[in-house]
Design a protein around this ligand. Structure first.
Ligand code: SF4
Length: 193
């Protein structure tokens, strides 16, 4: 019985991944090299949600690679997590041309995939990384500075906002605030257990 359940679970992931790989629901499919589905532990307590694939992500098919990815790994390590322990996905599964911000209709077209990933992972906490991820998940235009430091919720899962590591690479003085965010996320996670 357990094996059947496991098969169903895996099948759902495979179906979803295949659906995303073939998706043409918004114009971004025309310019992508490949879709960037998500990576990590599919039964993670932590779901990390970023913005959209950049150039390297589009080429490699994995979210948060390169220098920003390394910094994300460091942020996770600072609260005792290895990258492999969390699940990492983006608001958009395809790269916007020239890394422009996602458009509202693109984010809306792609959101169902993230919701289905969320339903499969069943995390205890969501870490929204960067303004675009936070504003899209929370359906708000509130600046990221005001979204930080508060525990929100998305689909009944607690959500904490922090800065995007690419922004932190440009503004290293903000790392102190990101550390505060990670501590809030850890505290929120512990309270959920
Ligand atoms: Fe489909 Fe999302 Fe890619 Fe748009 S960004 S084509 S909705 S997978």
């Amino acid at each position: 019985m357990k094996e059947i359940g496991t098969e169903v679970w895996q099948c759902n992931w495979e179906d979803l991944q295949a659906e995303v790989a073939a998706c043409t629901a918004c114009p971004l499919h025309q310019t992508r090299t490949q879709t960037v589905f998500g990576v990590g532990n599919r039964a993670a307590d932590w779901l990390v949600v970023g913005e959209a694939p950049g150039e390297q992500e589009d080429l490699q098919g994995e979210p948060f690679v390169g220098r920003a990815g390394l910094l994300l790994n460091e942020m996770l390590r600072a609260i005792g997590l290895q990258r492999e322990q969390v699940y990492i996905a983006n608001i958009l599964k395809c790269r916007p041309p020239k890394n422009r911000d996602p458009q509202e209709d693109e984010a809306a077209a792609c959101e169902d995939y993230l919701k289905r990933q969320l339903a499969l992972v069943q995390p205890k906490i969501i870490l929204a990384v960067g303004r675009i991820a936070a504003q899209n998940l929370l359906k708000t235009t509130t600046p990221i500075g005001k979204l930080r430091g508060v525990v929100h919720d998305y689909q009944q899962v607690p959500l904490v906002v922090t800065y995007h590591p690419a922004y932190l690479l440009r503004s290293p003085l903000e790392k102190r605030r990101a550390w505060e965010d990670m501590r809030l996320a850890l505290k929120t996670y512990r309270q959920s257990l």
